[in-house]
Design a protein around this ligand. Structure first.
Ligand SMILES: CCCCC/C=C\C/C=C\C/C=C\C/C=C\C/C=C\C=C\C(=O)SCCNC(=O)CCNC(=O)[C@H](O)C(C)(C)COP(=O)(O)OP(=O)(O)OC[C@H]1O[C@@H](n2cnc3c(N)ncnc32)[C@H](O)[C@@H]1OP(=O)(O)O
Ligand SMILES: Cc1cc2nc3c(=O)[nH]c(=O)nc-3n(C[C@H](O)[C@H](O)[C@H](O)COP(=O)(O)OP(=O)(O)OC[C@H]3O[C@@H](n4cnc5c(N)ncnc54)[C@H](O)[C@@H]3O)c2cc1C
Length: 607
């Protein structure tokens, strides 16, 4: 019935102050930014073009280009990936050859695989590209640099001479990402003025002299680092949307369990449903809090870079790459699990889940393939360990590796299930697991004469060690979040339950790591799982309130199953009737193709 809150009985169970939890969830961002982040995905927002100009252009170039880009007088595309290379940026083939006679660069796509491929906005709308190309001077290759290239006329939007552009076609399913005109671009000896090479980091003089960067060359990758830390926040948006839908629907849906005419059981009361759903609820909060930390870490990095302090740049790269990888994988897999948690109706477009999944899952690929990103983390961990011998004391997120020797002797002293509720007990176990996995890799690597051969041979183990390291970061930041003052009745307690669910779910899921590294005993693993089940019972009365705290409108969720009022069945039925197929009772083609078959006389008794 309209206007009736079918979930009121669930909301009345809440044991904490929902208004405060809403503020904790929103953190430093307001609802507008939460919504705006989502809308950027399917719009042509220059998510990267503008940050890249800020990171790689000189002050003078910024003065020229930023006002145009900010006022949408030009529409930019971050044009890096090519048909033949995406992960391997140093393998890009597009060339930018300096012509001293005319003081220009000549951009060219020497091969088919040099075709720019995927850049968002490139296919139809972008007027300019921030094109990544190999700088060539006097036949010498100076590697990949950024160049501003006009693609289309600002008068009639037609492509300029030497430029061939197209859209790369439909993408995964019918998802909203098809509103993004990811494009292809071929340069055929296109000339641009020398001052359209972005020259903040390195320069080319009028005489054609290359002035190398006096800062780490990796700063040219700065835009990717910036977006990766944003993508961690986006992962919390995407996952929390799916969890909100599936939690509310799990409280509405009843199946089996009726006795003597009693209502059937709410599926949210089944332990299997809780074991699948509540870890995702906890993960949404965990990812949100680690994204807050990562954002502050990134802002600190920017301040340091301003002061030419590059000390945290390697850690910032490892954290943004690793957390982008882990959180997008959890969110993408979690959205699919939420669809399954809704049974058949989860597969309806009106559930909002297929669309959310189709739009979200490329996050595991764009801005760095998730495995390639974890391999970057692994390189950082191995380098950190290799420097231990020279007395280099790791700090920050690798500080625990400075206690590797001690952690190698660690054995959990858990005796009772409730011991696993102690944050220090959990952190020690996660530190020991991560340290032992990385140390084992380092030890195995040392057996190889060629370290690169070893790295390749051991890359699957290294990815697992990098995963353990990143999960430790997320667990630690969740714990640190709860060490802050958090007001409101029951709020901190409820977040403490989610913190323990997140950690113990990971411990249970990766129990093989914890046992094979001898960090915990099978009995202690069993106790962790016992505690996990008990924690699910503590979340159950608060589940609806915890997803209400995401503060998503029905419009934003765009899901019949996730409606705030839980009025699912009438709305499911109503939504179905909006489908054009239901505009007529006799389907198109019936008279031409089906009716003749039905009218056909029987032959020899056979249909
Ligand atoms: C329907 C509802 C949906 C809801 C969803 C909700 C929200 C979503 C809303 C919005 C989404 C928002 C945004 C979406 C964003 C993006 C999507 C759209 C566009 C996508 C754009 C792109 O994909 S742009 C292209 C991205 N490409 C990549 O990421 C390429 C990945 N490859 C690389 O980064 C590099 O090639 C490399 C790192 C893998 C290797 O680089 P290389 O130069 O070869 O370096 P080495 O490996 O040799 O390492 C050398 C040393 O350099 C260090 N290092 C490497 N990278 C960095 C770095 N970035 N910073 C600092 N240091 C770096 C490395 O550690 C080595 O150091 P040592 O020498 O000390 O070992
Ligand atoms: C929706 C979407 C939007 C995008 N938007 C843009 C954009 O705006 N601008 C832009 O420039 N690009 C964009 N991209 C491209 C994107 O950045 C690349 O696709 C991404 O970086 C992955 O690179 P790749 O496609 O070369 O994958 P590959 O690296 O070819 O990956 C293929 C497989 O190889 C594996 N692999 C690769 N290297 C290694 C290694 N060294 N060790 C082990 N395994 C390895 C990967 O793990 C993966 O399993 C977009 C892509 C998508 C899907």
């Amino acid at each position: 019935m309209e206007g009736v809150d079918h979930l009121a009985h669930e909301r009345n169970k809440a044991q904490f102050d929902v208004a405060v939890m809403k503020a904790v969830w929103a953190g430093s961002r307001d609802a507008y930014e939460l919504f705006h982040r989502f809308s950027r995905l399917v719009a042509n927002d220059p998510e990267m073009f503008i940050p890249a100009i800020k990171a790689q252009a000189t002050e003078e170039q910024q003065k020229q280009w930023l006002p145009l880009a900010n006022k949408m007088k030009i529409i930019g595309s971050y044009t890096q990936t090519e048909l033949g290379h995406g992960s391997n940026v140093r393998g890009l083939e597009t060339t930018a050859t300096f012509d001293p006679k005319t003081d220009e660069f000549v951009l060219n796509s020497p091969t088919l695989t040099a075709t720019k491929w995927w850049p968002g906005g490139l296919g139809k709308i972008a007027t300019h590209a921030l094109a990544h190309a190999r700088l060539i001077i006097d036949d010498k290759d100076y590697g990949v640099h950024g160049f501003l290239v006009q693609l289309r006329s600002l008068d009639d939007h037609l492509t300029l001479p030497g430029i061939t552009i197209g859209d790369i076609g439909m993408k995964y399913g019918s998802g909203a990402y098809n509103t993004m005109d990811n494009g292809s671009l071929i340069f055929d000896h296109v000339r641009i003025p020398r001052n359209q090479m972005l020259m903040r980091l390195s320069q080319v003089t009028r005489e054609g002299k290359y002035v190398p960067s006096n800062v780490p060359r990796q700063l040219s990758y700065g835009t990717m680092v910036y977006v990766r830390q944003k993508i961690v926040f986006d992962a919390s948006i995407a996952l929390s949307r799916a969890v909100c839908i599936s939690t509310r629907y799990s409280a509405v849906r009843r199946q089996f369990g009726s006795h003597n005419g009693s209502p059937e059981t709410q599926v949210i009361d089944y332990k299997t449903q809780q074991a699948r759903l509540f870890p995702l609820l906890a993960s949404a909060y965990a990812i949100r809090f680690v994204s807050e930390w990562l954002n502050s870490f990134y802002k600190d990095l920017l301040q340091r870079l301003e002061a030419k302090d590059f000390s945290t740049l390697p850690e910032a790269h490892a954290c943004t790459a690793g957390l982008k990888s882990i959180t997008t994988s959890v969110a993408a897999d979690g959205i699919e699990e939420c669809r399954k948690l809704c049974g058949g109706h989860g597969y309806l477009t009106s559930s909002g889940l297929p669309e959310l999944s189709a739009v979200y899952i490329p996050a595991c690929t764009y801005e760095g393939d998730n495995v390639v990103m974890l391999l970057q983390v692994a390189r950082y961990l191995m380098k950190t360990i290799s420097q231990l011998k020279s007395g280099n004391k790791p700090v920050g997120t690798t500080a625990y590796l400075g206690r590797a020797e001690q952690l190698m002797q660690y054995h959990s002293d858990v005796l009772r299930a409730e011991d696993w509720l102690k944050p220090n007990v959990v952190v020690e176990a996660f530190e020991a697991r991560a340290a032992r996995m990385s140390m084992a890799c380092a030890q195995n690597l040392s057996k190889f004469n060629n370290p690169e051969d070893g790295f390749q041979e051991l890359s699957a183990d290294l990815v697992e060690a990098a995963t353990a390291h990143c999960q430790l970061i997320i667990v630690s930041k969740f714990i640190e979040k709860l060490q802050q003052d958090i007001p409101g009745k029951g709020v901190k307690e409820q977040l403490g339950v989610l913190r323990s669910i997140y950690a113990l779910f990971l411990l249970h899921k990766h129990i093989g790591d914890f046992l094979s590294t001898d960090c915990i005993t099978p009995k202690q693993g069993y106790l962790a799982n016992e505690q996990l089940r008990s924690l699910y019972s503590q979340v159950r009365p608060n589940a609806i309130a915890l997803v209400d705290a995401f503060n998503y409108t029905d419009h934003f969720l765009s899901s019949v199953l996730g409606r705030y009022d839980g009025n699912v069945y009438p709305k499911l039925y109503e939504e179905a009737w909006k489908d054009p197929l239901n505009d007529t009772s006799i389907p198109d083609g019936f008279h031409e193709y089906v009716q003749p078959m039905l009218k056909q006389p029987l032959h020899h008794g056979r249909l």
